[in-house]
Design a protein around this ligand. Sequence first.
Ligand code: GLA
Length: 688
Amino acid sequence: MHMNTRSEWFPFCWPLGLVPKLTFFGSHNPVRLLALVAALTVCATAVAEEIVPLSSLDISKMSAGWGKPLANRSIQSEPLSIAGRHFEQGVGSHAPSTLWVDLKGTTKRFTAWVGVDDEVGLGRGSIEFRIVADNSTLFRSKTMKGGDPPQRVDVDLTGKKMLLLIVRNGRDNNNFDHADWADALFHVAGKHPEAVDGPSVPKEPKVILTPHPSPKPQIHGPRLFGGRPRRPMIYRIPCTGKRPLTFACDNLPSSLKIDPASGIISGSLPKQPGRHVVTLRATNDLGTCRKQFTMVVGDTLALTPPMGWNSWYIHYGRVTEQHMRQAADQMVRTGMADYGYMYVNIDDCWMKQKGDIPYRDKAGATLPNGKFPDITGMVSYIHGKGLRAGLYTSPGPWTCAGYLGAFEHEEIDAKKFAEWGFDFLKYDWCSYGRVAQNKSLAELKKPYLKMGGILRTLDRDLVFNLCQYGMGDVWKWGPDVEGNCWRTTGDLGLARGSELPGFYSIGFSNARHWKYARPGYWNDPDYILIGWVGAAHGQTVGHPTTLTGNEQYSYMSMWCLMAAPLIFSGDMAKLDAFTLNVLCNAEVIDVDQDALGKQARIVRQDDDTLILAKPMEDGSLAVGLFNLNEAQRSISVTWQQLGISDRRKTRDLWRQIDLGSESDHFTAQVPRHGVSMVRLFPIGSEQK
Ligand code: GLA
């Protein structure tokens, strides 16, 4: 490793530099002489301070929003230069950029000059440099632009273990964000610092916060269910507790029946529109649990956000009928179904691919491809478990992955979906862009209006999921085209451009549309991409999520506060205890499924913090304090910010523990990229 050595000494040796002076002037005092000998012995055994340039570390571990960080050059391989000042050494990077450095406890200081490289031109780019060590932010530059003079960094790292060099986008996008760590030097006494991988899952311990459910019966899931008169209904009562459990339902309409052993309610909804209030009961040898459940027979489906699993982010074009059957098995076996997960949805790639003719049957309806030999059998298999089945198509001639779409066959295809028994349709714009006459709102709405109109005439209820990435502010008109939920952004799995993982930018964008969500009509920020995720885009094997445990808690909390559809899209066959604890915390899910159907309001959002607050049906308030920073911090929210004034009992939802009561604010220590998710109950109200 390249290294410079300076003849400096450890700080504790520094006063000893005075000793020769003392002896020179201090004559022959034997005590002084002894002191000199002792001092020289100490210094001889001390470690010399060395200078280790940042550029000598393995900077392939430094991330960059564009290009590859270079040693002693700018990101575009030019000599390093900030506001006309040239630097021989340093590292050129591009925002957003992060480097983790293990300081080995031997690094004393870090010094550098930082700024935007001159190669971008005056006034261009906009970045902020940050240095975090262990849990404290040691340096924060101002927002810098091309031509701004370099800013000096000199931070004390004594005793610190882990360092983070961060460059964040300024307030805009990351165009021209060429960031230089110029003349960047570690002042070291002992082992050299080492660039390391960030605290991805193996580094940051994944702590299971959710307690095991009680062995007593506990019925979970929504309080409301919406459907149209006479349409088939299937509902497996989500319930935890020691099995065997026996189920019953009081006041069940005569068109429905319940299987006491499995808790599956099936049949058809009553003819009479209106509210049918039933009492669900689950019993084991430890007791009985009762829950009121209201079937709202009318015109609105998905009165609470749909919950389930989708094949896309794990199987992509490899999806088979077998995967779908297995996913249904696993939804029950892993216990996910006991918390309300019920949709088992195939995404793209179940129909015929270009060239695989015939595409359609004699009547003109779309045909499944060879990987789906018995689609009706598959759907009945899923229904047999008390779960519901979903599928996907596009209003265009071809789907996004190049399979047959429904263009000009919308009615016959939709009827076929209902005949097969499907309960959910994702309708993905894809190639419809080539068919649309122009980019007007009317053209954006047209294919959805058409399919929405068809779906309501079918003899089955299919939840209608619009997927057109938010074009034309779909949240404003989704309900007009019979949509039950609509994607508000592009694909979460492809989200890039921020130093935070992709779910944050998708979540931030979705959060803005909070006013538009209500029972039956939900903003959809895409799937929950945790656990084991699939091989895609040139990879050959899948991998565990790269999100840390705290990031996964943040993800799930954000989705629940936003009343988002909770659709997991990792591998159902590789669900581990940690992933299940994130997906299956009944109190966290209750926030999502609350019957009031409000999406959380953004109470505060800045570079470091997001605070969301969701009013609940019982008068309580669910609040998420999200730490977007690289260091653990304390985050507070006041009652004034939350619009409440009474004393509140606070409950930590991930840990399911009461924290006490507060009269005017709540404060939590929140880890890096973590969340504190609490529910604030009015005193005296019924607590879960
Ligand atoms: C689009 C959608 C994804 C997925 C793929 C399938 O990208 O946004 O959710 O359905 O198509 O091709």
